[in-house]
Design a protein around this ligand. Sequence first.
Ligand SMILES: NC(=O)c1ccc[n+]([C@@H]2O[C@H](COP(=O)([O-])OP(=O)(O)OC[C@H]3O[C@@H](n4cnc5c(N)ncnc54)[C@H](OP(=O)(O)O)[C@@H]3O)[C@@H](O)[C@H]2O)c1
Length: 276
Amino acid sequence: MARRSLQGATFGARYGPFAIVAGASEGIGRAFAHELAAAGLHLVLVARRAEPLSALQEELRAAHGVEVRAVPCDLADPGAAEVIAHAASGCEIGLLVFNAAAASVGRFVDTPLDAHLRAIHVNARAPVLLAHTFAGAMAERGRGGIVLMSSLTAFQGTPLVATYGATKAFNLILAEGLWSELAERGVDVLACCAGATHTPGYERVPPVRAPSWFEPKPQDPGDVARAALQALGRRPLIIPGIGNRIASFVMRRLLTRRGAVLTMTKAMKARYDRPS
Ligand SMILES: NC(=O)c1ccc[n+]([C@@H]2O[C@H](COP(=O)([O-])OP(=O)(O)OC[C@H]3O[C@@H](n4cnc5c(N)ncnc54)[C@H](OP(=O)(O)O)[C@@H]3O)[C@@H](O)[C@H]2O)c1
């Protein structure tokens, strides 16, 4: 694929002048914010903690001279979309990046029900709320974009992160459906199925052992964000990183579904399962 520059008028004309990054203060979301500000887009940044968010706001304003609005808000709240729409009033939103996720690694029955429901609210309900809130105006204008962060866990059931993986499958299927439906209205939609990526969220649950030589190494968040933004408008799905694409090809095309789940079971148990 020819690399597309995010600089210059084309990207901004198609996806500007404002972008929302939901889950922006750390990790891949922070990388999206940096890439988009460097491309000249104004930003509406969302995360729960106000301090890292306002630090990023200042940093991006100073580095790129763009307008940045910071919206401290919990995306698990059913009213989150209204809070964000209010904070973004007067801004023409041309791009929505839904990046935040609630994730916990642990055995299903040992993990409190609240954590499972929180994952559904943040990872599945909130993208629908935000897409529904902002896609209508994009469709009326006949241009815009939506990026939903998914994961390699979207492609098969994965033990120890079963609910999280199910929400990531939801993101993938939602994005593919919207990719087709909104294309007629000029709005590009993309699912980004990332593999392991060096972020604070990833580091909070460090694997018991390092990945084996044949498992893809964790990626840099900037590489993931750039791959997604370069793929937007070209395809419905991007898997950043050649190692992740090969792993995904093996899991999806060469193994049976049962075989894929059992392979993930082996990998997850070796990496994360601690004796209870
Ligand atoms: N890192 C990986 O290895 C990996 C692999 C595959 C897929 N992904 C996907 O990539 C995306 C980003 O992952 P990441 O590792 O970069 O995440 P992360 O480091 O945990 O960062 C998540 C960002 O979202 C915000 N956030 C989390 N929960 C929120 C909530 N309820 N409401 C508002 N903001 C919230 C966080 O800030 P606050 O804490 O202040 O709210 C932070 O800015 C996720 O969708 C994840 O599923 C990641």
